[in-house]
Every structure is written in structure tokens, then in C-alpha cells.
Design a protein around this ligand. Structure first.
Ligand code: HEM
Length: 185
């Protein structure tokens, strides 16, 4: 999952040079020795954090999940019996206009606003409830740091018009992703 999310992140970075410059500027405050980076530094990477959240909104690696009904219940007007399978798609939920303003638009700034969409219950990149991903905090931290450190040292670009093949067999993956990394001077 983290590598899938990282691939979408780098693709978005390559496609959005203005955001890349913001993230690079913010990351310039990080110590050059990675071992010196602490939680205080990461907490100040607000643009990188918003960019990660928005990437996970539009490209959730765990795009489809399911649950098997354990006891008779009613859900959304449907009667469910034990053994029924309920499918939940974070991908569709994250792109639903009823829950996300300009749902199909990549807009990291939505996560910098006071009423961020993370609080509505319609944002599930790490699942929800008792089976919530226990690696969520670690994965988010890793992604923010990878993004910030990459943007600080490199500009990315897409040499091809279609730099990947969408793979939905399992995790949502930009398979065969091809990006160019240009070291900053
Ligand atoms: C961007 C990275 C990651 C994403 C998007 C992600 C996403 C998810 C999601 C959506 C679930 C719940 C699946 C469901 O409800 O059916 C889950 C479960 C889980 N994740 Fe992650 N995950 C990530 C990284 C990690 C990492 C780094 C670890 C371990 C260090 C981890 C360990 C687990 C485990 C053990 C479960 C099963 C929890 C349970 O069933 O109680 N994940 N993950």
C-alpha cells in the first residue's frame, strides 16, 4: 500500500509544478541530515500533508473493500442477512459530490481550510472503525517526508503523455509508472 500511494504522490508532484514549488519551499526548513528530522519539523509541513491527503482522496490504493454480514440488519433501506457481502468503495465515496466539493478536482487547499473534509466520515483511505489501518500514522508520516524530501531535491516531469497503465486488480496502482527526476541546482 505505501508504495502504491507513493507512486500516485510522485505522479501528482510531476503534474503540478506550482504545488511542487510550494512543497519544496516548505521543505527547505528541514535539516539536511534526515536523522535530525523530528515530529516538530513534520508538523510544519502543512502543504505536503494536504497534498498527501488529497492524493489519497482521489487515488486511494484500497479503492474497494468488503464486509460479510454477521447478523441480520438493515442498512440504507436494505435488509441484510448473515453471509451477504457489502462492498464499500473509498474511490467512489471520495469522488461523490454530495460529500466533497468539486469532487473530481485535485485541490490540496481543501485540507488547509477550517472545514476540512476529513471530519465528515466520507474519507476512508485507511478504512474506519475497529479494523482501521493500524499503520495509518506511520504511512502518513512516511508519505509526507518522502514528498517533501523529493520535492526539495528534484523537479519531476512526465516524459510520456500516458505515463502509466491503471491497474485495479488489487490495490489501485499506476503500473509501469515512468517519471523523470531532474536534480535541483
Ligand atoms: C498508504 C499506506 C496504507 C494504506 C492506504 C493502508 C490502507 C489500509 C486500509 C484501507 C485498511 C482496512 C482494510 C479494510 O477495512 O478492509 C488497512 C488495514 C491494515 N493495515 Fe494498512 N494501509 C497503509 C499502510 C500500512 C502500514 C505501513 C502498515 C503496517 C505498518 C499497515 C498495516 C495494516 C494492517 C495490519 C491492517 C489490518 C487491520 C485489521 O484488519 O484489523 N498498513 N490498511
Amino acid at each position: 500500500m505505501p508504495t502504491r500511494a507513493g507512486a500516485w504522490l510522485l505522479l501528482n508532484l510531476a503534474r503540478r509544478p506550482q504545488w511542487a514549488e510550494h512543497i519544496a519551499a516548505e521543505a527547505s526548513a528541514l535539516p539536511h541530515d534526515g536523522h535530525q528530522v523530528d515530529a516538530g519539523h513534520v508538523a510544519r509541513l502543512r502543504t505536503a500533508d494536504a497534498f498527501v491527503r488529497e492524493t489519497l482522496r482521489l487515488y486511494p490504493p484500497n479503492w474497494l473493500t468488503s464486509r460479510v454480514v454477521a447478523q441480520p440488519t438493515h442498512l440504507g433501506g436494505h435488509r441484510l442477512v448473515p453471509g451477504d457481502r457489502v462492498m464499500v468503495s473509498p474511490y467512489l465515496l471520495h469522488r461523490d459530490e454530495r460529500h466533497h466539493d468539486r469532487a473530481d478536482t485535485f485541490a490540496p487547499e481543501r485540507w488547509l481550510e477550517a472545514s476540512s473534509p476529513g471530519t465528515t466520515g466520507a474519507y476512508l483511505p485507511f478504512g474506519a472503525g475497529p479494523r482501521l489501518c493500524p499503520g495509518a500514522s506511520l504511512a502518513s508520516l512516511e508519505l509526507v517526508l518522502v514528498l517533501a524530501m523529493t520535492a526539495r531535491t528534484h523537479r519531476l516531469s512526465c516524459p510520456d503523455s500516458q505515463p502509466y497503465r491503471l491497474d485495479t486488480d488489487g490495490a489501485l496502482t499506476p503500473a509501469g509508472l515512468h517519471l523523470a527526476f531532474h536534480p535541483r541546482g
